[in-house]
Each structure stands twice: as structure tokens, then as C-alpha cells.
Ligand binder design. Structure first.
Ligand code: ATP
Length: 239
């Protein structure tokens, strides 16, 4: 589904990814774990075309999308829900969601039934359903984060990159975000997940990669990583 091979990325002259390879198989949830500054967000950006990799390849369903503009990568079926709350503040919740489906239009005809998908997205995010006409900028921080995630779902993508969907949320909303990830997984949605709550991420994931200083240090089935003493000590609060 999504295959990254020997990915290098830099900001200016400073290289922060030194050859990342990872695989996100269809229908699976894969999580990327690592300490602050390890390069998780940079990996997501290099995959989705927000930054151009220096070296390496990104392929989606066998198609090489390395270095394409982010809107072309979105059209190819990859949605990126970035870190932070990137919503269109002066537009309503519904309009933000409809914009998420925009890359599905070719020559003004959409792929699939966008109205039906809007209903499905609102079922998945009840807090947004109650606030469909509210301007996105007036939502609470947590609600805006959910809107960013729901907008990625509206692309009806092959793969969703979720970068810290629980960041800054109250505990009750963190639980809700993980429930939503579970439900997306049950629908067969393929996801690459970056999360500060590594234990919760490993619980929902099938497979995990540990990133250290821009390199993959360990990878394996999520169950195995959860029980790995070194991973526990470094990332799971000492187990
Ligand atoms: P966190 O968990 O703190 O979000 P991360 O693993 O997502 O960390 P990145 O955001 O990918 O880490 O950052 C990797 C490195 O690249 C860090 O050293 C960071 O300072 C640097 N970096 C990130 N964005 C930029 C930028 N726009 N310009 C220059 N350096 C950057």
C-alpha cells in the first residue's frame, strides 16, 4: 500500500532523516514512535509532499509519488492530518469537511458519493455533527483537531497519515480520538499514526517502528514492541 524506502530529508543543510524505510500494508495501522525531535513529523511531511525528500522513494499502491506536490499526492489517495489545528477558521464545519473532499473532483465530477461520506464522517465525529454550521475558528482546540482529522477522512483516501491527533486534548477527548481510530480501522482504513501516547498507539496498531535521531532503531509487530524491555523503558514510561 504505502512503501517508503531509504528516505532522506533535510531542512536547509541539516539532514534530519538518514534513510528511513517502512511499510504500511493495506488495512493496517502502523505507528511511528520516537522521542521529541526524532523526525516523526518530518517523515510524515516528506511522505505527503509537504517537503521534498533529498533521496529515497515513496510509493503508494505501486505508484511512485516521490517529490510530487502535496495536492497531487492527495489526489493519488493519501490524506495527511498534520500536527496542530489546521482548519479554515472563517468557514463552517461542513464547508471544511467538503473541502477535504476537493481532491476527489476531476473535471468537476466527484469520485464517489460525497454527501453520503459527509454523513458517515459526521456519524464518526458526533461532536462535529452537533456543530455543523459553526465557524471552525470558534470550535474548541480539541474540536478543531477532530475537524482536521475528519477532513482527512473526507478524502476517502487509501492511506491516512495522522500526526499527533491527540495533541493538547483533555483526557476524555484523547480516549475519543483513539476510539475513532479503532472505528476507522474496523472500516478497513489504512493508517500511519504518530502519537505521544506510545502505549495507546501500540494498542491500536498492528505494527510499529521506533525512530531515533532520524533512523529506524527497532521495528516489529506492535505486540512484540509493547513487550520489548528497551522500548518499554524509553517510550512506555518504564512499562
Ligand atoms: P516531536 O515529537 O517533538 O514533534 P518529531 O519527531 O516530530 O518531534 P520533527 O518535527 O520531525 O521531530 O523534527 C526533527 C528535527 O528537525 C528536529 O531537530 C527539529 O528541530 C528539526 N526541524 C523540524 N522542522 C524544522 C524546520 N522547519 N526547519 C528547521 N529544522 C526543523
Amino acid at each position: 500500500m504505502l512503501t517508503i524506502s531509504n528516505l532522506h530529508a533535510a531542512y536547509g543543510k541539516v539532514e534530519v532523516l538518514h534513510g528511513i524505510s517502512l511499510d504500511v500494508p493495506k488495512g493496517q495501522v502502523v505507528t511511528l514512535i520516537g522521542s521529541n525531535g526524532a523526525g516523526k513529523t518530518t517523515t510524515m511531511r516528506a511522505i505527503s509532499g509537504m517537503i521534498r525528500p533529498k533521496e529515497g522513494t515513496v510509493s503508494l499502491n505501486g505508484k511512485d509519488v516521490t517529490g510530487l506536490d502535496s495536492h497531487r499526492i492527495a489526489r493519488a489517495g493519501l490524506a495527511h492530518s498534520p500536527e496542530g489545528r489546521r482548519v479554515f477558521a472563517t468557514m463552517s464545519v461542513t464547508d471544511n469537511l467538503l473541502l477535504g473532499a476537493f481532491p476527489r473532483f476531476t473535471r468537476s465530477r466527484p469520485r464517489g458519493d460525497i454527501r453520503a461520506d459527509l454523513e458517515r464522517a459526521l456519524e464518526l465525529f458526533p461532536r462535529l455533527k452537533e456543530r455543523q454550521t459553526q465557524l471552525a475558528g470558534t470550535l474548541s482546540g480539541g474540536e478543531q483537531q477532530m475537524l482536521a482529522m475528519a477532513r482527512a477522512v473526507m478524502l476517502n483516501p487509501e492511506v491516512i497519515l495522522l500526526d499527533e491527533p491527540s495533541m493538547g486534548l483533555a483526557p476524555i477527548l484523547v480516549d475519543e480520538v483513539f476510539r475513532i481510530i479503532e472505528r476507522l480501522k474496523a472500516r478497513g482504513v489504512t493508517m500511519l499514526l504518530v502519537e505521544q501516547f506510545a502505549a495507546a498507539a501500540l494498542n491500536v496498531a498492528d505494527y510499529g517502528y521506533v525512530l531515533e535521531n532520524g533512523r529506524i532503531a527497532v521495528h516489529g509487530p506492535a505486540e512484540k514492541l509493547k513487550n520489548d524491555p528497551a522500548v518499554q523503558a524509553a517510550y512506555l514510561g518504564g512499562g
